[in-house]
Design a protein around this ligand. Structure first.
Ligand SMILES: Nc1ncnc2c1ncn2[C@@H]1O[C@H](COP(=O)(O)OP(=O)(O)OP(=O)(O)O)[C@@H](O)[C@H]1O
Length: 543
């Protein structure tokens, strides 16, 4: 057009150029609309899929992972981090791709107009790209640190809310606030550094963009005076070059943000790529399981305390249809035996066999159905008592739920509740007392009719009468199950078919109640201590 203005020949070129521009603009608008739609839908699909995949990867990790990584850290990765990453990437990535394509086409047109001027532009551009490389790497590491500090903030809040009763009973609200504010302050300091770094990046980018414009205008003017290109070509080149520079500026602005989003995503992909340290999944699921457990020279230390052996060369059997009791002082390793039986950890040496085959060879779902545990502090969920008892079993008839509740001595107290079996148990079962929770958890385990039933101090919150009733049920259930009974109350374990005494991770005594008493060893010592403490605590009442 510029050349036509100068020569005023061939007027049709003017109209052809206008029409071509109009057509290109129109097709550009249509393709932009289509591309934007496809891009937005794709990004939201990627976000949803990544979030689901991340949760799946996290849930597949071994228990040690959850022992070592704080819960708040994991929660913030699965929720806030992934949302921040997706939002940043979807916005900035679309800008990046859009301007990158502009850059490519503008470059082609510029080469057609003047190769020399284009080469000069590219050389300047190469110098300018060094700046975001340097600042981008810094902001990436800063973003990772900010994410870490935010997750610590979240973790502190989560811990306070979940321990609200303890906080209130120790009147430590102010202490918790101070701790929270301390963690917030770390984030604030990092945010300040990030803001400064961002400002410097902007200044550096603006300055370099301006220097590029001025130098290209100077060099182009010289080429026209040397008659290496026409005035019209220079105007066209400058128009392209202005858009080219704008594209470069946008890319320079966007690139650090994309790096930042990549920095935030590092931990996310760390979790997604992590291979769980678990043995190969088992395949056995026999119909005729007897429930014979054998611990054979098992030695184990927790991954977080590798020097301390929680179990040392432990060997014993849990016979089908028999109740085996495990006693010992605190920290002796009783719960560790349960953890290994539940396949939460792998022993360092020795084997745990079920009906003569390693427990790791059994199919996971099958094994979880056959082995049930009731802990000292069972966790119930915020649903009705009936649904808590039939948890994980789908729809179960009220009759079968009631039978399990009767066996666990829970039926009577449930009937006294306002809506009987439909009464809500509250968050983590907080609307029930400790003893009621234990009985509902026991009913939950009994309803599954497992082959192996583990009671880890499961009746510690019950009164003596209720405990006796439950015991009688256990011993009279037709000996359907292999029972491992752990308790600190010596009177509870007296009736067991076999008693194991665990001391500092070793089995030191084994036999029946009378045999062990006759031996006059650690078992008798534990029993005598408990009897004397009962007598001491009974003295004031007696007097
Ligand atoms: N997740 C863990 N990581 C590291 N060490 C652990 C872990 N769990 C338990 N331990 C340690 O292993 C040892 C045995 O603990 P365990 O819980 O098996 O004892 P316990 O006999 O069940 O005690 P209690 O009767 O008090 O419940 C203890 O020294 C304990 O500190």
């Amino acid at each position: 057009m510029t050349d036509w203005i100068h020569s005023k020949e061939n007027p049709s070129i003017f109209w052809m150029t206008i029409v071509t521009m109009a057509l290109i603009t129109l097709s550009s608008a249509v393709t932009e609309f289509i591309c934007d739609c496809i891009f937005s839908v794709t990004m939201s699909l990627v976000h949803i899929k990544t979030q689901g995949q991340l949760l799946r990867s996290v849930l597949q990790q071994e228990i040690t992972f959850f022992d070592t990584v704080p819960a708040g850290d994991i929660t913030s990765r699965v929720t806030t981090d992934i949302t921040a990453m997706s939002e940043a990437l979807s916005h900035n990535l679309s800008l990046l791709m859009w301007y990158l394509m502009r850059l490519v086409f503008l470059f082609i047109y510029m080469v057609i107009l003047s190769t020399k001027l284009t080469l000069y532009t590219v050389l300047c551009l190469l110098v300018i790209t060094i700046v975001p490389q340097v600042t981008g790497a810094h902001s990436q590491s800063l973003a990772t640190r900010i994410q870490e500090s935010l997750s610590k903030v979240q973790q502190a809040a989560q811990e306070t809310f979940s321990n609200m009763r303890t906080v209130r009973s120790f009147a430590n609200e102010d202490g918790e606030c101070l701790r929270y504010e301390g963690k917030l302050d770390v984030t604030y300091q990092l945010n300040k550094i990030e803001a400064m770094a961002y400002c410097w990046t902007m200044v550096a980018n603006n300055f370099s963009g301006l220097a590029l414009k001025v130098s290209i205008l100077y060099f182009g003017g010289r080429l026209v005076t040397c008659e290496e290109m026409s005035g019209g070509e220079l105007v066209s080149f400058v128009l392209y070059e202005l858009q080219f520079v704008t594209a470069v500026e946008v890319l320079l602005h966007t690139y650090p943000d994309v790096r930042k989003a990549v920095g935030s995503s590092q931990k996310i992909f760390e979790y997604m790529d992590r291979t769980p340290q678990k043995p190969q999944p088992g395949t056995l699921s026999p119909n005729d399981l007897e429930g014979h457990i054998t611990f054979s020279n098992v030695t184990f230390s927790y991954p977080r305390r590798p020097q301390h052996l929680a179990l040392q060369d432990v060997s014993f059997e849990l016979k089908p249809g028999k109740v085996t009791a495990l006693v010992g002082a605190c920290d002796a390793g009783k719960t560790t035996v349960v953890n290994l039986l539940l396949r939460l950890y792998e022993p360092q040496s020795g084997q745990i066999l079920l009906d003569g085959r390693p427990i790791s060879h059994y199919e996971n779902q099958y094994y979880r159905r056959k082995v049930s545990v009731v802990n000292q502090e069972p966790i119930l969920t915020a649903r009705s008592i009936k649904d808590n008892i039939s948890y994980g079993l789908g729809e179960k008839s009220l009759k079968s739920v009631q039978e399990a509740a009767m066996a666990a001595s829970a039926h009577d107290f449930i009937l006294e509740k306002p809506s009987s079996y439909q009464t809500g148990a509250g968050q983590k079962g907080e609307l029930l007392s400790g003893g009621q929770r234990q009985r509902v958890a026991l009913a939950r385990a009994l309803l599954r009719d497992p082959k192996i039933l583990i009671l880890d101090d499961a009746t510690s919150s019950l009164d003596a009468d209720t405990e006796l009733k439950i015991q009688n049920t256990l011993y009279s259930r037709g000996r359907r199950q292999t029972v491992l009974l752990i308790s600190h109350r010596m009177n509870v374990i007296e009736k067991a078919d076999h008693i194991l005494v665990l001391e500092d991770g070793r089995i030191t005594e084994a036999g029946k109640h009378q045999q062990l008493l006759a031996q006059g060893g650690r078992y008798q010592e534990l029993r005598d201590k408990q009897l004397s403490s009962f007598q001491r605590s009974g003295q004031p009442a007696a007097s």
